[in-house]
Write a protein that binds this ligand. Sequence first.
Ligand code: FE2
Length: 199
Amino acid sequence: MKNHIERLFPTQIYRAEIPGAAALNLELEDASMALSQRDAKGRRWCEKHGYAGYTSYASINDLARRSKPFARLEKIIHAHAGQFAKSLQWELRGGKPLCDSLWVNVLPQGGSHTSHIHTNAVLSGTYYVTAPQGASPIVFEDPRHGLMMAAPPRKTSVYESRSPKAGTLMLWESWLRHEVPMNRAKEDRISISFNCVIG
Ligand SMILES: [Fe+2]
């Protein structure tokens, strides 16, 4: 019998380049920047928690109801989250992944977002509105990392870095640890992150 190696339990990352993103991104950029000016509660939260730039994460939970471009994005996310759920072989018993939160991140030069997971969710992801030259990638961590104990170091990294473009949508399972290293672009890196639950 010929030897062979099977690859079991791969970690899936979903990526799509959204058609017609340029027009949508102009609207999302305007709406995001307007929000960053208007949302005093969000700005206070960022200051208190040392978040460089602006996020609506802790201050606004109904963006898709407030503004048309966010509603359009939410619809796009739902379509792709449904596709991803099929690839993940989820038995949903009539349910589907639906956004229960969606927030803006305006990350200036020098800003970063340390390693984290998204609790109380099944799918998480980010849509990239702007990704200027030098913008931070997103870095995913091998979910087996905490189990490696006495394993020798690998020639491959336990971190995988991906550089999205403006108009890229990425999805992953919410337990997958990830981070955004320092943004080296002179311009803001604007993204919209979200969590989905089964609804
Ligand atoms: Fe995240």
